[in-house]
Design a protein. Structure first.
Length: 552
């Protein structure tokens, strides 16, 4: 693929002979006023998001300190002549107006740069220079000046902590920083495969889509065109660099997008301004940080959200108190939930809940079973995460996540997902499931205990002996004769709220685990009424009912 540079010709029309992309903001040509002081920033490729973030941070930092911001950015990455012109503009200032220069050099095809001119001006004026994010060579006239930038090796290593899978597709641009991050990642995760590309990587992702479940992108802009494809395929995506599309996914509680490793452009730029004001002699490598849907309301993330015009989900006042009680899932994507897809969540405190569910897993086509399982609860903004472990399989971690858009005394509207993690490896995720839950004070957990006889919709006479230890005995009548007890390997049930679910496995060879799902309509005067909203293979629904009488 060929990478095309976009030239900013509009700047020429506004500023005349100089090509400074910031001139439309009114800071070029410079006019700071009598006696004012300021800091100059000369950077490259000012139209791309990364350098625009730095510009925003620079202007904010100067404004806070009542300094003039002399900002110059070139129209492309290779445009050192424009930086030479910037130095010429700065020479027109008197000595009192310039406290220092923050510089990210642009280079010509033969290594030409404005480094010598910047160094000369700094020595003439006796002012500091900070090299920002684009290191100079050891032979540069600026080699002795402090450097503040991103530690790309540390960034690649930090990403390893976020990616659980062992086999990962890693995409990086074949420039220095991208490959440096990717190689540092692979050094700690040898089974990762690195794909170097020059630009957008839609075709390259398509070629390996079926081979990997986890994709890491060490240059975020590469990913944009591939987002719909990766999302539709249910892949897990991790990226380096913050862009608006990724933040949208995080804010929405995406199950596919796992977070963004962000270069701390705002913190890095502020450090550079401070270094000028303190005439710093030492540079600094600024660490990256990881943005997820759990930390969108952190102070370190807010500048990125503001830059892209995004807002973190509003914190729901008193959410912990509003959650207390028993909630039953009743709708999925605006449609009544089949009974097999119901679940019951009982919040007993801000940190503890119990969860009951007997449902097919959407990705693995297996059955899930949680009978009054105890979960730890974490509330972050409007996101509620339940974390638990099956008693028989401590190596498995179960996550039930609710991103709540609204909650009343009776209803919760949210995005829900379930994730199973085994030995650190993600096993399956319910993706983009919108749900509505209703609060109920009903709990038939004790009322169902006993012996019940009734007739199914097919006319079969049945008997349920429901015990208080979570097991049952199931019998059916043979003709008009005796009751025949079914011989099963196990018979288990749970009753939670008004949901009743049973599972069993027949002793006959080849019989898989079986399930029944019911809603208890009522238990009154020794009569129990069940109903179930079932679903045919074509997606159509039908309702089944059973009525049973308690046997004393």
């Amino acid at each position: 693929m060929k990478k095309m540079k976009k030239l900013v010709l509009a700047a020429t029309l506004i500023c005349g002979a100089t090509l400074f992309t910031a001139c439309s903001k009114g800071d070029n040509p410079v006019d700071g006023g009598t006696g004012s002081t300021g800091i100059a920033m000369i950077v490259k490729d000012g139209q791309i998001g990364y350098w625009r973030q730095i510009e925003t941070a620079f202007r904010d930092a100067c404004q806070e300190k009542d300094l003039k911001a002399y900002y110059y950015a070139t129209s492309a990455e290779i445009a050192y002549e424009e930086q030479l012109a910037a130095v010429a503009e700065l020479r027109k200032l008197d000595d009192k107006k310039l406290k220092g220069i923050i510089f990210a050099p642009s280079y010509g095809l033969n290594g030409e740069s404005a480094e010598a001119e910047v160094a000369a001006l700094a020595k003439e004026r006796g002012i500091p220079v900070i090299i920002l994010d684009s290191p100079v060579s050891v032979t540069s006239p600026l080699a002795s000046y402090p450097y503040i930038g991103t530690d790309n090796t540390a960034a690649g290593q930090a990403m390893v902590e976020k990616v659980m899978a062992d086999k990962v597709a890693v995409f990086a641009m074949t420039n220095g920083p991208g490959m440096e991050r990717a190689e540092a990642f692979k050094a700690l995760k040898p089974n990762a495969d690195i794909f170097g590309v020059a630009d957008k990587c839609n075709d390259e992702v398509q070629a390996v889509l079926d081979e990997y479940n986890d994709f890491v992108f060490f240059n975020g802009s590469m990913l944009v065109d591939a987002i719909p494809m990766l999302k539709a395929a249910g892949k897990r995506v991790y990226t380096f660099d913050a862009y608006g599309e990724f933040l949208d996914e995080l804010i929405a509680g995406s199950a596919f997008f796992k977070g963004v490793m962000a270069q701390n452009t705002f913190g890095m730029t502020r450090k550079a301004v401070e270094a000028i004001l303190t005439n710093a002699r030492q540079g600094e490598m600024v660490p990256t940080f990881y943005i997820t849907d759990d930390n969108l309301d952190d102070d370190s993330v807010k500048p990125f959200l503001d830059f892209y015009g995004k807002q973190a989900p509003a914190v729901i006042d008193g959410l912990a108190e509003k959650l207390l009680g028993k909630w039953v899932e009743v709708e999925i994507d605006g449609q009544p939930a089949p009974t097999f897809d119901n679940s019951v969540t009982t919040f007993v405190s801000a940190t503890k809940a119990f969860y009951s569910s007997s449902r097919p897993d959407y990705t693995e086509k297996q059955l899930k079973w949680s009978a009054h399982r105890e979960y730890d609860v974490k509330i972050s903004g409007n996101k509620v995460t339940l974390t638990g472990h099956p008693e028989s399989e401590p190596d498995i971690t179960l996550l039930e996540e609710f991103v709540i858009s609204s909650i009343t005394a009776t209803d919760i509207v949210c995005k829900y997902r379930h994730t199973t993690i085994r030995d650190g490896q993600m096993q399956g995720t319910v993706i983009d499931k919108n749900a509505r839950l209703v609060k109920t004070d009903i709990d038939y957990r004790l009322d169902v205990i006993g012996i019940w006889e009734g007739k199914t919709s097919e006319g079969l006479n049945v008997r349920w002996e429901i015990k208080d230890d979570g097991t049952y005995v199931y019998s059916r009548k043979v003709g008009d004769g005796d009751w025949e007890t079914m011989v099963d390997l196990f018979n288990e049930y749970f009753a939670d709220g008004y949901l009743f679910c049973a599972r069993w496995k027949n002793a006959s060879d080849g019989m898989g685990e079986q399930r029944q799902w019911w809603e208890i309509e009522s238990i009154q005067n020794g009569v129990m009424k069940w109903k179930a909203l079932n679903q045919d293979s074509d997606g159509s629904t039908y309702t089944e009912t059973v009525e049973m009488t308690k046997v004393e």
